[in-house]
Ligand binder design. Structure first.
Ligand code: NAI
Ligand code: SOE
Length: 382
């Protein structure tokens, strides 16, 4: 008999669906001692949340997240709401003794994330941040190759995350679907939204970042606000780029924008080491590019590894026969599987709130450097 893990989801938008799918799938594909139970979903509109619950087979609904957190038939609170709600919800959930999965970025800034980390530490509740790209099998394979020492000394880290959906100056800011353009709801623009993913992966693969120098730009200075109906100043960064020095001595460049016409979600990274290099592209997420300088000269070149061998590649053995592809949604299933395994082994899987705080410290330093025009030290998590 499996132990029930009763989930209370807050927010039924894009991530509410991705997470619900992961909770629903995970026990079909991974051997776990726990059974995920879709116990309750919460959002403010009673009719809509009922429709969502029927579609995904949640056992109950709530329209007030505080009531859901107070329920004693829920073990885990999953936060899939806009960024400005993460801290309040996570701190309340920790106080109620619930395990917490929280969407990224952890807080609106490092100060908020510090309070969130303090709350889960005090309550001793398991916690995780949904930086899901770590669990695309090709990215996990990159981590394995680096940990095996195949790259040797790392010289360079290069990452970018490009989109193009806010170029239209008529696009309003704020409210449902457009909260990412509202500084109050989002905390920042592409720095906290897109670069945060690049930073989380980078910290995982290449260790801590020591200092950064950054520039940001807001191309469209004013937009109509959906909540007030007035044209208001835009407070978010539309584009953000920075140089960084890692603690291991390697140099890095990071770039993100929502103004790269033609790009919808081009997240790429490349790492160059003394002995080997690796590169990954979200648009071709099941492949890892790998160059190994120790290959014999005549056949030396970039290998294009289709990460689909169920004997050798991470997570793949839990799915289909070799050669078949996994996609975006699988990264969320893998994250739930690892979180639950962490409960069972007592070895918590990352990224935890501590890791989420580390990323928020980097985004804080990026925004601060963009304001001052100076190299800025990154606060390190104690
Ligand atoms: P969304 O706008 O699609 O959904 C947000 C949901 O929050 C909606 O269902 C809304 O009704 C609900 N909500 C808002 N205020 C609420 C309240 N007071 N009480 C209860 N529910 C409330 O947003 P999306 O895209 O799902 O983003 C949510 C979070 O997930 C954000 O923090 C975002 O940064 C993150 N995200 C992460 C991704 C990843 O790759 N890991 C991908 C997309 C989003
Ligand atoms: C923005 O469009 C967005 O949905 C981000 O919020 C996510 O974190 C990213 O994974 C995809 O793009």
């Amino acid at each position: 008999m499996k132990k029930p893990l009763r989930i209370g989801l807050i927010g039924y938008g894009f991530m509410g669906r991705a997470h619900s799918n992961a909770f629903a799938q995970v026990n079909h594909f991974f051997d776990l001692e726990h059974q995920c139970v879709l116990q309750a979903v919460c959002a403010r509109d009673g009719n809509k949340v009922k429709g969502f619950a029927d579609r995904w087979k949640y056992n109950s609904v709530e329209t007030d997240w505080r009531k859901m957190i107070a329920r004693d038939d829920i073990d885990l609170i999953d936060i899939a709401t806009p960024n400005n709600l993460h801290a309040e919800m996570a701190i309340a959930a920790a106080k109620a003794g619930k395990m917490i999965l929280c969407e990224k970025p952890l807080g609106l800034n490092g100060r908020e994330a510090e309070k969130m980390l303090a709350a889960v530490t005090k309550a001793k509740v398991p916690n995780m941040v949904w930086y899901n790209y770590r669990r695309c099998p090709a990215v996990t394979l990159a981590k394995q190759l680096i940990d095996e020492g195949r790259l040797g000394r790392i010289f360079h880290y290069r990452a970018k995350f490009l989109q193009d959906w806010t170029i239209n100056p008529e696009l309003p800011q704020g409210g449902a679907a457009l909260w990412r353009l509202d500084i109050k709801a989002a905390g920042s623009g592409v720095t906290g939204d897109l670069l945060a993913h690049c930073i989380d992966t980078a910290l995982w693969l290449n260790g801590g970042i020591k200092e950064v120098t950054a520039m940001t730009e807001t191309f469209i200075k004013e937009r109509k606000h959906n909540l007030t109906g007035k044209v208001e100043k835009v407070g978010i960064d539309d584009a953000s780029a920075f140089l960084a020095r890692f603690n291991n001595g390697s140099l890095a460049t990071f770039e993100s924008t929502r103004y790269a016409r033609g790009h919808k979600a081009l997240y790429t990274f490349e790492i160059n080491g003394e002995n080997a290099s690796i590169a990954w592209d979200l648009h071709d997420l099941h492949r890892l590019q790998y160059f190994d300088h120790s290959d014999k000269g005549a056949v030396r070149g970039w290998r294009n590894i289709h990460v689909s061998d169920n004997g050798d590649h991470p997570y793949v053995g839990n799915w289909w026969v070799p050669g078949l592809q996994l996609g975006y949604e699988h990264s969320f299933v893998h994250q739930v599987a690892d979180f639950v395994k962490g409960l069972e082994t007592g070895k918590p899987a990352g990224p935890t709130f501590r890791d989420g705080l580390a990323t928020d410290y980097v985004t804080d330093a990026v925004l601060s450097s963009a304001r001052s025009g100076r190299w800025t030290k990154v606060k390190q998590v104690k």
